[in-house]
Design a protein around this ligand. Structure first.
Ligand code: FAD
Length: 465
């Protein structure tokens, strides 16, 4: 089959690529989107955000049923785990959503091309799959995403030493899981398996968990996770793994001492790196930095005119919504519109329980930048809805510029922080002051009242504290 000519050829159908393709089609472009995997949706829908949240929600319900229903006066008898059903439900959620992307492609008349893309020259993409074909595109958008970063000495074998890809699909609950890396992925998947009855130990190289988030709340989250039975070992590095009798022996160095940890599985979650293998970037002259991230200008154009890149393949936080915002901004700029991404308003969420979310600057960022701030905090312990829910852990922190009162950052550790952070992102996008947020009526009794109270506390006016 001949390839065809397009206004835009998108490589990769993750949240960067598929969202860009839809927006470009809405703007009147003729669009093709090439994807090497059978299902559309990328890491996010297939092996990332969605399956992990499906398991987090299921496992949290299981934990609630076992540990918290009794407090509410509910007796359910013996609570039992049916892991195959839990996994099937997760797969069904993924299938529904990836199928939804295919339907959106049809609706927007986007040509879905199955196969692996290589850029042969600016304007020319060769797709190998069942048959080879060449697509011509006035513009090419690279949205090929990322892959798990391997750790020297602990090579992935997919069975004993695994990445998040496999940790989303274990067919039984491991008795012991060693997680290397206390970032979002390690903490989330560690939480899933701990809630399902696994003994989880997390080994982290740094002296803290979630290194890009607010320090005070990170430390508070670490304490809460420890109370939930997860062991967290900081300032330690996993050096080597050996498989012995079906178990993994991992040597861990900490403060000059070496110990050996034995686990059924080791999840290496030390980060992700851009995935651009086989794309032909060097041959066409697309520049990347020392970490393999494609360099782009403010229009997301690479060093080669007509070739653009967004998402995990370029610098910035590796988040699905960041990829989508960039995809939209990129094609809007191509269409002559004023697409733009406000990186200060991109929230980050760690979906542990309690959840941990943040947007904008942290205390440490402000200190480093020499910005004088005023900070207001409010604990969920003093929030009526949180008490009604029996959720007393965590707090909200609002950081405002001491001179102008403009909100610089909001950080939330608490129940459904992932939902609550949205109003903080809106506040930052609209350059709101802490007083703006504090004077906005919030429904009672709700969790977001804690955000309002923290904003009030910036000027010492919290009511319920
Ligand atoms: P991807 O989603 O990786 O998509 C890239 C696509 O390109 C893939 O489908 C790939 O198959 C395809 N591709 C690559 N090369 C080629 C080629 N040569 N030809 C054709 N196709 C190609 N982010 C959040 O915001 N929230 C979360 O809760 C969250 N949870 C996560 C949980 C886990 C376990 C993981 C691993 C990630 C999570 N992320 C989360 C991160 C999120 O998944 C990524 O930031 C996001 O998917 C990046 O989008 P992207 O479009 O840049 O790349």
């Amino acid at each position: 089959m001949a390839g065809g000519r397009y206004d835009l050829v998108v490589i990769g159908a993750g949240p960067g690529g598929y969202v860009a393709a839809i927006r470009a089609a809405q703007l009147g472009m003729k669009v093709a989107c090439i994807e090497k995997e059978e299902a559309l949706g990328g890491t996010c829908l297939r092996i990332g955000c969605i399956p992990s949240k499906a398991l987090l929600d299921s496992s949290e319900l299981y934990r609630q049923a076992r540990e918290h229903f009794a407090v509410h006066g509910i007796r359910v008898g013996e609570v039992a785990l049916d892991l195959p059903t839990m996994m099937r439900r997760k797969d069904k959620v993924v299938k529904g959503l990836t199928g939804g992307v295919a339907a959106l492609f049809k609706k927007n008349k986007i040509t879905h091309v199955a196969g692996t893309a290589r850029i042969a020259a600016p304007g020319k993409v060769v797709v190998s799959g069942r048959e080879e074909r060449t697509l011509e595109g006035e513009r090419i958008l690279i949205a090929t995403g990322s892959e798990p970063t391997p750790l020297r000495g602990l090579d992935f074998d997919g069975r004993h030493v695994v990445s998040s890809d496999q940790a989303l699909s274990f067919d039984e609950v491991p008795a012991r899981l060693l997680v290397v890396g206390a970032g979002a992925i390690g903490l989330e998947l560690g939480s899933v398996w701990a809630r399902l009855g696994c003994e989880v130990r997390i080994v982290e190289f740094l002296d803290r968990i979630t290194p890009t988030m607010d320090r005070e709340l990170s430390d508070l989250l670490a304490k809460t996770l420890k109370r939930q039975g997860i062991t967290i070992q900081l300032s330690s590095s996993a050096k080597a793994a050996t498989i012995l009798d079906g178990k993994v022996e991992v040597t861990v160095e900490s403060g000059g001492k070496t110990t050996t940890e034995i686990a059924d599985k080791v999840l290496v979650a030390v980060g992700r790196r851009p995935y651009t293998a086989g794309l032909g970037l060097e041959e066409v002259g697309v520049a990347a930095d020392e970490r393999g991230r494609i360099t782009v200008n403010d229009r997301f154009e690479t060093s080669v005119a007509g070739i653009y890149a967004v998402g995990d393949a370029i610098p910035g936080p590796m988040l699905a919504h960041k990829a989508s915002e960039e995809g939209v901004a990129c094609v809007e700029r191509i269409a002559g519109q004023a697409g733009h991404v406000n990186y200060d308003a991109i929230p980050s969420v760690v979906y542990t329980w309690p959840e941990f979310a943040g947007v904008g600057k942290t205390d440490q960022d402000c200190e480093q930048a020499g910005i004088e701030v005023r900070t207001g905090t409010f604990p969920f312990l003093a929030n009526g809805r949180a008490r009604a829910m029996e959720e007393k852990d965590g707090l909200v922190k609002v950081i405002a510029d001491a001179r102008t009162d403009r909100i610089l950052g909001v950080h939330i550790l608490g129940p459904r922080a992932s939902d609550m952070i949205a109003e903080a992102a809106v506040a930052i996008e609209f350059a709101a002051s802490a007083e703006d947020l504090a004077r906005t009526p919030h429904a009672h009794p709700t969790l977001p009242e804690a955000v309002k109270e923290a904003a009030l506390a910036v000027s010492g006016g919290a009511i319920h504290r």
